[in-house]
Design a protein around this ligand. Structure first.
Ligand code: AP5
Ligand code: MG
Length: 238
C-alpha cells in the first residue's frame, strides 16, 4: 500500500512549493500517524519525530529514561511531560530539523502543547505550526492495533489484515522477522484510548482554535490520505 505514482507526483509538486515547516500529526492510537509520517518524509525530505519511537528506542537501549518509560508505556499511560519535552528538545536541536519536521504523537497534553508553542514563538524566523488530526472509528482502530506488526530494523509498519508483508511474518525490505509492540493488546489499547480522550482530545481542540488546522478521514487508502494531508498543509501555509 505505497503511494501511487500520481499521488507521489501530486505530493512532490505540492511539496516543492512550500517549506513544510513544523507539522503535527494528531490522532488516536492506531489512526495511522506513523504510516502517514513515513509517506510525508518521502515527499518533503524532512524528518519524522515520533515520541513513541524515541521512547521505545530508550527502552531498547535500557537508558534511565527507558527504564522509567517502559512500565508506563506497558500500562498505556502517558510518560511525564517534563521527560518527553526534554527528549523532544534534544531532538529538535539536530540540524535535519532546519526546514521543518513531522511531529508524530507529540504534543499529547496541553502542557506539552504549551511548551511547544512557547518554543516555536521564541524561534527567530520559524514558520507557524500546521496541525493535522486524523480520524478513524473505534472498531477500525482496534483492528489496526491488534493486527499491526513492525520491522525492528527498518521500522516499516505492516498489518496482518489490511497491509500484510509479501511473506508471512517477514519484512519485505530486509527479511527481518516482524515483531508486535508490547502495548498492542486489546486491554492496553483501551487504556491508551482513555488517555487519548482525557489528555489529547483537548490538544486537538487547542490547535483547531489556533486556525492552522485540518481534519482528515483516515479510513481510506494510505496514498489518498497522504495526498489529502499535502493539500491541507499547502492550503494552510498560504
Ligand atoms: P505511540 O507510539 O505514539 O502510540 P500511539 O499514539 O498509541 O499510536 P500508534 O503508534 O499506536 O499508532 P499510529 O497512529 O502511529 O498508527 P500506525 O501508522 O502505526 O505511543 C506509545 C506510548 O508511548 C504511549 O502510550 C505513551 O505511553 C508513550 N508516549 C508517546 N508519546 C508520548 C507523549 N507525547 N507524551 C507522553 N507519552 C507518550 O498504523 C496502525 C496500523 O494501521 C498499522 O498496522 C498500519 O499498517 C495500519 N494502517 C495505517 N494506515 C492505514 C490505512 N489507511 N488503511 C489500512 N491500514 C492502515
Ligand atoms: Mg505510531
Amino acid at each position: 500500500m505505497s503511494l501511487s505514482a500520481t499521488s507521489v507526483e501530486k505530493g512532490r509538486e505540492a511539496g516543492s512549493k512550500l517549506a513544510p515547516g513544523p507539522i503535527l500529526l494528531l490522532g488516536a492510537p492506531g489512526v495511522g500517524k506513523g504510516t502517514q509520517a513515513k509517506e510525508l518524509v518521502k515527499l518533503w525530505g524532512i524528518p519524522q519525530i515520533s515520541t513513541g519511537d524515541l521512547l521505545r528506542g530508550n527502552v531498547a537501549r535500557d537508558t534511565q529514561l527507558g527504564r522509567v518509560a517502559k512500565e508506563i508505556m506497558g500500562r498505556g499511560e502517558l510518560v511525564p511531560d517534563s521527560l518527553v519535552n526534554e527528549m523532544v528538545a534534544a531532538r529538535l536541536l539536530e540540524p535535519d530539523t532546519a526546514n521543518g519536521y513531522i511531529l508524530d504523537g507529540f504534543p499529547r497534553t496541553l502542557a506539552q502543547a504549551s511548551w511547544l508553542d512557547g518554543r516555536l514563538a521564541a524561534a527567530a524566523q520559524g514558520l507557524p505550526v500546521v496541525a493535522v488530526s486524523i480520524q478513524v472509528n473505534y472498531n477500525q482502530l482496534l483492528r489496526r492495533i491488534t493486527g499491526r506488526r513492525n520491522c525492528p530494523v527498518c521500522q516499516r509498519i505492516y498489518n496482518i489484515y489490511g497491509n500484510p508483508p509479501q511473506k508471512d511474518g517477514v519484512c519485505d525490505v530486509d527479511g527481518t522477522p516482524l515483531v508486535q509492540r508490547a502495548d498492542d493488546t486489546e486491554k492496553v489499547f483501551e487504556e491508551r484510548m482513555r488517555a487519548y480522550e482525557a489528555k489529547t482530545a483537548p490538544v486537538v481542540e487547542h490547535y483547531r482554535g489556533l486556525g492552522r488546522f485540518a481534519e482528515v478521514d483516515g479510513d481510506r487508502p494510505i496514498a489518498t490520505i497522504a495526498a489529502g494531508i499535502v493539500d491541507a498543509v499547502e492550503r494552510l501555509r498560504q
